[in-house]
Design a protein around this ligand. Structure first.
Ligand SMILES: [Zn+2]
Length: 94
């Protein structure tokens, strides 16, 4: 099948959001009113291994991970946050 690269290849499991963003643990999933438990985060077979690892994993997932880490750093801080927080991201990678 083809998704991003346009080539017909075997699809691999892609974590959505990336596994590095806290999506590697047991999650409850509900799709079309059908519930199931995924032990390894939410993932779907949507793209080939090359797109998953080389394109998304080494480029776009890093942008998500950076945002995730910045937001996660606030979680355990004692800083009282403002109503709005400005975090720089490369919007083209979202
Ligand atoms: Zn591909």
């Amino acid at each position: 099948m083809r998704r991003i690269c346009g080539e017909y290849k075997k699809l691999t499991s892609d974590h959505i959001p990336p596994k590095s963003c806290g999506n590697g643990k047991k999650v409850n999933v509900m799709i079309n009113e059908e519930k199931f438990i995924s032990q390894n985060g939410f993932n779907c077979k949507t793209i080939c291994e090359k797109c998953n690892n080389e394109l998304l994993g080494s480029n776009y997932d890093k942008e998500f991970k950076g945002l995730y880490d910045r937001i996660d750093s606030f979680k355990n801080s004692r800083i009282i946050l403002a109503d709005n927080i400005l975090i720089d991201v490369d919007i083209k990678k979202f």
